[in-house]
Design a protein around this ligand. Structure first.
Ligand code: ATP
Ligand code: MG
Length: 258
């Protein structure tokens, strides 16, 4: 289990304060307006930002006290933005995700390349394997970042807006894939999304975030209510139940007056 206990982190004038639990095989989605602290929270969990006291535990072990290599074996992170540097091929870029699995002086071997190619197939961009990753589209780069996290074979993965640059089909494809990997490999998954409908379809639990704090957390049907969502997004919201789906839509008349 991935546990976040009383995580506190402060930028000038902005504070994140959260406690969360995610079981292996479960998806927790962070949902909330721009600037509410989702990325900050993920960066604190992964340890790119350092809260002052221990607050993140994976199977009971303090994640921030692990060395970089051990942490990379256990936890994957797919950032919201990434600026390609050196023009590695897409395959080489994904193979770098294997670094934590091989010893310091070893180069990646044929098995690492096989695993990387398999991950590229899984995300559907194996045709780009030999292309410089500085020359692929934003959505393709996002898929490559996901593949790079998958080859680490981690126990927990944090995905920051994994659907942000993806087309309609790929959004669903990537979320289906995340759901399958989470269940099959028993990964504790945290993701951030902006679409409450996708969050409702793919999350076991949703945490609504407002102003750096958890406003509500629970199963989608407990959290995706007109009342909670309109408090968090500060617009009127309608929730329509149809079969097993809940459609969350903004009330347009209200928007015109904003
Ligand atoms: N490096 C930084 N230094 C100071 N303040 C920052 C920094 N990065 C983010 N912030 C502030 O922290 C707050 C939370 O930002 P964060 O990126 O976590 O939001 P978010 O929920 O991920 O938003 P979005 O949905 O737009 O990605 C914002 O008010 C932002 O301005
Ligand atoms: Mg963000």
């Amino acid at each position: 289990m991935l546990e976040v206990k009383n995580l506190k982190f402060r930028y000038n004038g902005f504070e994140v304060n959260a406690s969360l639990n995610v079981n292996k095989g479960e998806i927790l989605t962070l949902l909330g307006p721009n600037g509410c602290g989702k990325t900050t929270l993920l960066r604190c969990i992964y340890g790119i930002l350092n809260p002052k006291t221990p607050c993140v535990y994976l199977d009971g072990k303090d994640v921030h006290s692990m060395d970089l290599r051990e942490r990379a074996k256990k936890m994957g992170y797919v950032p919201q933005t990434h600026h390609p540097g050196f023009p590695y091929t897409v395959l080489e870029f994904v193979v770098m995700g294997r670094a934590s699995q091989i010893s310091t002086f070893e180069s990646p071997g044929s098995e690492d390349y096989r695993i990387a190619l398999e991950a590229l197939k899984l995300v559907g961009i194996e045709n780009l394997a030999d292309k410089p990753y500085t020359q692929i589209s934003g959505g393709q780069l996002q898929l490559a970042l996901i593949a790079r996290a998958l080859v680490q074979n981690p126990r927990a993965i944090l995905f920051d807006e994994p659907t942000a640059h993806l087309d309609f089909k790929n959004q669903v494809k990537v979320l289906e894939m995340i759901r399958r990997i989470t269940a099959e490999k028993k990964v504790a998954t945290i993701l951030t999304l902006h679409d409450p409908n996708l969050a409702g379809m793919y999350s076991d639990k949703i945490a609504l975030i407002k102003g750096g704090k958890i406003h509500a957390v629970g199963e989608p049907e407990e959290v995706l209510t007109e009342n909670e969502l309109s408090q968090v997004y500060e617009i009127s919201i309608k929730v329509i139940n149809a079969d097993s789906f809940r459609f969350v839509i903004p009330v347009l008349n209200e928007l015109k007056n904003h």
